[in-house]
Design a protein around this ligand. Structure first.
Ligand SMILES: [Zn+2]
Length: 395
């Protein structure tokens, strides 16, 4: 199963397409980081074991355990290579159409391509979405020919067996992903068609993600029926259904969020009153007049007249100086540079602020203009409030 997600995921309240645990990079292709999530090892192990100990020994009796195991491992590796190629083709089409692709991650349910933006037209969306299943279909046919060819020239099952399975599985992969349920590839194709018809991406996404949720519920119910009939495989369907349902909801909410916040910049939402500390403040005054009087543990340090941000100071920075020097030293002597990840410019979009907050796990950002002047601060809750008000007004 393969998903596209937008880069701006994990926006706290609403975005629920999440890949759990950590991932590590295995390489870089066309500037796209190729990553493997730790959950992928589970599926790799399951597929390898199912092939080596169940599928191959059943279909080709007489194979030795060792041969069967090697076939399982090699076939599994080529299979996940096929999944990666499927994702890569989505990404290459996206890049050719002027979009940026951050990374591709293989995880327990398949692959995720993380795009920097949504496609701008239904045509681009269609091309991008169809590229993956088309790749799987071509791979399926190629492996089919290889299987046929190697059987005809009389190679042993150890050679043609993997080709047979890879041919079938790639065609199944193409078929499953073409189910018209957003955010699966087929759902993207459906959305592109609806989008072209309705001329309204929101409406198109709403309908396509309803299909997605419908299919997800179908998988969950089918899974439950399987389990009650004694087939444990049903658990897998339930998990996929659950994930698909979250992905469908998440993708739609994400779009609504982006549409709601489109054109709103940080300056419109930020609060202008920010507590800051003048750079020339003596450490003694910093403690008595700032840290002890407020419950803040951190202050931006500014030049008094120009309001230029020169750094930040924490209570620890002051404590690291012996007390008998507090009278003579100024905060600018102990302050640290203000980290870029905690700063944002007033003309940037609020959606950028949310993304930055999610990625850097900061609830607040300091709003600083291009020439480093302190303009204000922006908090996640302020943005959430704005979203609530805006969505109420639209009803
Ligand atoms: Zn795909």
């Amino acid at each position: 199963m393969c998903f596209f997600v937008h880069k701006k995921k994990r926006l706290g309240i609403s975005i629920r397409i999440m890949i759990p645990f950590g991932s590590f990079r295995i390489g870089r292709v066309y500037g796209i980081s190729i990553e493997v999530n730790y959950t992928w090892f589970i599926i790799f192990g399951l597929v390898t074991a199912a092939l080596a100990f169940a599928y191959f020994p059943t279909v080709y009796p007489g194979l030795s355990v060792g041969v069967s195991l090697i076939m399982g491992i090699v076939t599994s590796i080529i299979f996940f290579g096929s999944v990666l190629l499927h994702e890569l083709m989505h990404s290459i089409v996206a890049i050719r159409n002027g979009m940026k692709v951050q990374k591709i991650t293989l995880f327990i349910f398949g692959g995720v391509s993380q795009l920097s933006d949504e496609p701008q037209t239904p045509g681009v969306e269609f091309k991008m979405a169809i590229a993956g299943p088309a790749t799987s279909l071509v791979l399926g046919v190629v492996f089919g020919f290889l299987a046929y060819g190697s059987a005809v020239i009389g190679l042993s099952p150890a050679f043609f067996g993997p080709f047979v399975w890879l041919g079938i599985i790639n065609i199944l992969l193409a078929a499953f992903n073409l189910v018209p349920c957003f955010p699966l590839d087929g759902g993207r194709v459906l959305r592109a068609a609806l989008w072209a018809g309705f001329k309204d991406i929101k409406k198109a996404t709403r309908v396509a993600s309803r299909f997605g949720q419908g299919f997800a519920y179908f998988l969950i119910i089918a899974g439950l029926v399987f389990i009650f009939s004694g087939l444990l495989d049903g658990l897998w369907l339930i998990l996929i259904g659950w994930f698909l349902n979250n992905a469908a909801q998440g993708s739609y909410q994400q779009l609504i969020l982006r549409e709601t916040l489109r054109g709103v910049d940080v300056a419109q939402v930020m609060k202008k009153d920010v507590d800051s500390m003048p750079a020339k403040t003596r450490l003694k005054d910093a403690v008595n007049n700032f840290f002890l009087k407020s419950n803040k543990g951190l202050y931006p340090v500014v030049r008094q007249k120009s309001n230029e941000v020169v750094g930040m100071v924490k209570i620890n920075d002051v404590q690291s100086v012996p007390q008998d020097e507090w009278q003579d030293k100024e905060v600018s002597e102990v302050s640290k540079p203000f980290p870029g990840e905690k700063k944002i410019q007033p003309e940037q979009g609020v959606i950028d602020a949310l993304t930055q907050m999610s990625q850097t796990k900061n609830e607040n950002l300091l709003v600083v203009s291009g020439d480093n002047h302190l303009e204000g601060k922006i908090n996640r809750l302020d943005i959430m409030r704005l979203i609530k008000i805006k969505s109420r007004l639209k009803k």
